[in-house]
Design a protein around this ligand. Structure first.
Ligand code: FES
Length: 114
């Protein structure tokens, strides 16, 4: 089952936003980024210590918007595929979610493993 996150135009080019989906054990903290017109979604959990990536709301990206930067120990992940290019979890990846775009609405699957 897919869950509605927001309208696609609520995320500006080069911006990332976080969402909470599900409840109880199915609860997921999700981050969605829009880059070059494409949307990429990940479980918001750094593979180093399973911490959320951000400290301040929706502050996920480096200056040019090409990388997520984990605020805890500075791991850096490509926004296009979630691959960690530097930091304590280099070589690991964020858990990617499939983003569906349906009539201008962004949807992600509810039952995704973290
Ligand atoms: S928790 Fe993300 S780099 Fe350590």
């Amino acid at each position: 089952m897919n869950v509605f996150l927001c309208r696609a135009d609520e995320i500006s080019e080069g911006e990332a936003k976080s969402f909470i989906i599900g409840e109880g054990k199915g609860r997921r903290d999700v981050v969605v980024v829009r880059r070059n017109g494409n949307y990429h979604a990940y479980v918001n959990s750094c593979p180093h210590q399973l911490m959320p990536l951000e400290t301040f709301p929706d502050k996920f990206l480096n200056e040019d918007g090409s990388l997520f930067v984990c605020s805890t120990h500075g791991a850096r992940f490509r926004v296009e595929d979630g691959f960690c290019i530097s930091g304590p979890c280099e070589g690991k990846s964020l858990h990617a979610l499939t983003v569906a775009l349906d009539e201008g609405r962004l949807l992600v699957p509810l039952s995704s493993p973290a």
